[in-house]
Design a protein around this ligand. Structure first.
Ligand code: SAM
Ligand code: SF4
Length: 334
């Protein structure tokens, strides 16, 4: 089997597929309050195009798929998308990242369709604050969704927490306490400057060293663990005696580009080999009639993949050889 390898020797076996750019929330770090100009429906890949695309990619060593968005559970055919991908023999793992507003309703059908597991975005454990950060989300719906996911067995359940200075950094200990009795992985993620003009995001950015500082202050002892399934770029730890674990994803303060094994497909059919830079190639015209050409384009995208995203704070002010993407996070999928 041909493996998708780039000029730095990185083999690609993982793809993140955005199935929509629409969302029912407007998280402060992801979308502007007024929303964005969403793609018209005909510009969004259909279920058949997504599944056919994945059948081709599976022949080239892609084994792991994450479905994302926008909010993926807004798609009325999300269960069929999951089952179409999960039924491809070479695909070993199909996960979803969701804001969980519709998870309670859809978890069971998704599990039956072959979904392996889920990540839920949850940036505050306080209802008012959660509503503020997401500009309208209801915390109880997320809690109900997580409970349902546990009931139907979508394990391991991971919670994504974007650390935002002055907005949820006083909840680090509460999140860590959440792991004490629950077999859950809380992943703290650094706020990334994706689609943010200028350096305004810096005011809200905190390095994940903050997590260790909070642990030390609270007298929490922690130890590294390497048993979290599908841990990707997350470094994982356990508070001593806790059932669950916590992970740190620090793309800004210390990037993990050297081990990057991922590609991204946008909802309108563009392949992106790097989250941060603006290089992207349209594969939609070839999905259903020219798989050879499609794979040439995918390989071209991989051949042009930069060595690193250089999303480091100091480089925000410097000229680099590439331009940052024009897309917001909701238009890529995270
Ligand atoms: N709507 C789904 C959700 O929120 O889980 C999936 C799409 S969302 C774009 C995917 C992930 O990207 C979420 O966990 C979200 O917290 C994260 N994200 C969005 N904007 C971000 C930013 N500027 N920095 C870091 N993470 C971000
Ligand atoms: Fe929507 Fe997810 Fe972005 Fe929040 S992070 S606005 S839920 S796409």
């Amino acid at each position: 089997m041909q493996v998708l390898t780039d000029r730095f020797g990185r083999a690609h076996d993982y793809i993140r597929i955005s199935v929509t750019d629409r969302c029912n929330l407007r998280c402060v770090y992801c979308m502007p309050e007024e929303g964005l100009k969403f793609l018209p429906h005909e510009k969004v890949l259909s279920k058949d195009e997504i599944v056919d695309f994945m059948k081709i990619m599976a022949q080239f060593g892609i084994k792991k798929v994450r479905i994302t968005g926008g909010e993926p559970l807004l798609r009325t055919d999300i269960v069929d998308i999951v089952s179409g991908i999960a039924n491809i023999p070479e695909i070993e793992d199909v996960a979803i990242t969701t804001n969980a507003m519709y998870l309670n309703k859809k978890a069971e059908a998704l599990k039956e369709a072959g979904l392996s597991r889920i990540n839920v975005s949850l940036d505050s454990l306080q209802a008012d604050r959660f509503k503020e950060i997401t500009r309208g989300g209801r915390l109880q719906k997320v809690i109900d969704g997580i409970q349902k996911a546990e009931e139907v067995g979508l394990f391991p359940i991971k919670l994504n927490v974007v650390l935002i200075k002055g907005q949820n950094d006083d909840e680090i200990i509460d999140f860590l306490k959440f792991t004490k009795d629950k077999d859950i992985n809380i992943r703290f993620i650094e706020y990334m400057p994706i689609g943010h003009a200028g350096n305004s995001w810096k005011k809200k950015y905190l390095s994940l060293n903050t997590i260790f500082e909070a642990c030390n202050e609270a007298g929490f002892e922690y130890e590294p663990v390497d048993t979290v399934k599908g841990n990707g770029p997350s470094e994982n730890y356990r508070i001593k005696g806790a059932k669950g674990t916590f992970g740190l994803i620090h793309p800004v303060s210390s990037h993990f580009c050297a081990s990057c094994n991922r590609l991204r497909l946008t909802a309108d059919g563009y392949i992106k080999a790097c989250l941060y830079w603006d290089e992207e190639l349209n594969i939609r015209p070839y999905i259903q009639n020219n798989p050879e050409e499609l794979m040439k384009i995918v390989q071209q995208s991989i051949d042009n993949k930069p060595e690193s995203h250089e999303m480091a704070l100091k480089l925000q002010d410097e000229d680099t050889s590439h331009k940052p993407t024009w897309r917001r996070m909701s238009q890529i999928g995270g």
